[in-house]
Design a protein around this ligand. Structure first.
Ligand code: XUL
Length: 474
């Protein structure tokens, strides 16, 4: 029997998934690992943890795959020496230490030129500013760098012995010419970074190497893979992800960057395709935080939240717990609850968190609409999409129905489809999506919630400019 495997190297753990060529999930395995925050705003992981977890998850699956696809948390910096040894813990996508380096990049390249070349502005989570941070703060270590990889590409190196990346993940480094689908010599020169450090950039379904003779697809960053996993291979529905991060992603008919780069413009995991997305740093991550500080399980919190009316009697949550990217590219932004009263209990806090994240997603959707994206329906994935209540809230706040697919496996599912193309099981990504992805159910907006949520979103949008002066500078 033909089996396709997707391996997603996430922030909280690795997920391995085995699929039939019809898209049926045959087996799944997950292995977790820790995240360390040595200083406020810092976020690091040990690349060897990813590798140990990946090996174990692949062994747990217990299958003989025809092809493997990789996906993973984006933007993380893995520095290797000339012997391909890890030089320091990886600096992750949600790390916020590089405010100064972002300013330096925009100064050196020029903001307009940077957006024209890379489709993006310098954001703290992206890879290039992290490299400049290491150069400034750890010069001895910087002098030993010979190779730079992203998280899933480190796992690829250990799996296949090959240093490679895909164009979708490379787009998130800020060193990539997104329109031209190649490394940007101009940006590398302006930042004085050696092109030799970077791996070869392949299209996502291309074979990057082999593991025990099994082809391993280049794969993609987790957001592009999640979009494929819910069937977004061309313009149409938008991908709405409620993972640790929260994302609204639209496939674009051609490369297009927002003139102010308020949303990210990246290559899609489909050869010749592009996408734009808005990214919130703490989506399901905000609910996980509430659970950790207020107690209760995920199910208890959402059940208690369901007892509160939309708008939670004026209680509003700002989800900028780790700074933010979209719509406020601001590492110094912070979260807040406002409008608390004696009546509010833990369920009200949970309701406000679910709603605050939904308002943040609406900010991203509004920016995509300003780019000309016609979003009439969304496809939801990520751990938060398992909650009917959260999806009803998000559908109502966005004002569009949200579809769930038969499999809710997100990025690992998309990665497995890419593995299937690399193995020759499908001729291309479109065929893989058509063969495997089916809609299971649709969550409609609640007409009665509309007024409360338009009002709530207005209240939410007023909070950042009002509260920001009270917080530390970026
Ligand atoms: C996307 C991003 C996050 C991570 C989460 O730009 O930074 O969604 O990829 O793993």
């Amino acid at each position: 029997m033909t089996v396709l495997v997707g391996l997603d190297v996430g922030t909280t753990g690795v997920k391995a998934l085995a699929l039939s060529p019809e898209g049926e999930v045959l087996a799944r395995a997950e292995r977790g690992y820790p995240l360390s925050t040595p200083l406020p705003g810092w976020s690091e992981q040990d690349p060897e943890d990813w590798w140990r977890a990946s090996e174990a998850a692949l062994a747990d699956l217990g299958v003989e795959p025809a092809g493997i696809g990789l996906s993973g948390q984006m933007h993380g910096l893995v520095c290797l020496d000339s012997e391909e040894r890890v030089l320091r813990p990886a600096i992750l996508w949600n790390d916020q230490r590089t405010g100064e380096e972002c300013a330096e990049i925009e100064e050196r390249v020029g903001l307009e030129r940077l957006i024209a070349l890379t489709g993006n502005r310098a954001l703290t989570g992206f890879t290039a500013p992290k490299l400049l941070w290491v150069r400034r703060h750890e010069p001895d270590l910087y002098a030993r760098i010979a190779h730079v990889l992203l998280p899933k590409d480190y796992v690829r190196l250990r799996l296949t012995g090959v240093r490679a990346i895909d164009v979708a993940d490379a787009s998130g480094t800020l060193l990539f010419d997104v329109a031209g689908r190649r490394w940007s010599g101009e940006v590398l020169d302006a930042l004085d970074l050696p092109a030799e450090w970077l791996p070869e950039a392949l299209e996502s379904p291309e074979v990057s190497g082999h593991w025990s003779g099994i082809p391993v697809a280049a794969g993609s960053g987790d957001q592009a893979a999640a979009a494929l996993g819910v069937g977004i291979d061309r313009p149409g529905p938008v991908s709405v992800v409620l993972g640790t991060s929260g994302v609204v992603l639209a496939a674009l008919p051609a490369f297009q960057a927002d003139p102010q780069a308020r949303v990210h413009a990246f290559c899609h995991a489909v050869p010749g395709g592009w996408q734009a997305m808005g990214v919130m740093l703490s989506a399901a991550g905000s609910l996980a935080w509430l659970r950790d500080v207020a107690g209760g399980t995920w199910d208890e919190l959402t059940a208690e939240a369901a007892t509160w009316p939309p708008g939670a009697e004026g209680l509003t949550f700002l989800p900028y717990l780790q700074g933010e990217r979209t719509p406020h590219a601001d590492p110094g932004a912070r979260g807040a609850f406002t409008g608390l009263s004696l009546r509010h209990d833990r369920g009200a806090l949970a309701r406000a968190v679910l709603e605050g994240v939904a308002y943040g997603l609406r900010d991203s959707l509004d920016l995509l609409r300003a780019l000309g994206v016609e979003a009439e329906v969304g496809r939801a994935s990520g751990g938060g999409a398992r909650s009917d209540l959260w999806l009803r809230i998000v559908a109502s706040v966005l004002g569009i129905p949200l579809e769930r697919t038969v499999s809710e496996e997100g990025s690992a599912y998309g990665a497995a489809l890419l593995g299937g193309v690399a193995a020759g099981v499908f001729t291309d990504v479109h065929e893989a999506v058509a063969a495997c992805v089916r809609v299971r159910d649709t969550v409609e907006p609640e007409p009665g919630w509309r007024g409360a949520y338009d009002e709530g979103h207005r209240r939410y949008q007023a909070l950042y400019p009002a509260l920001r002066p009270l917080e530390a500078p970026a």
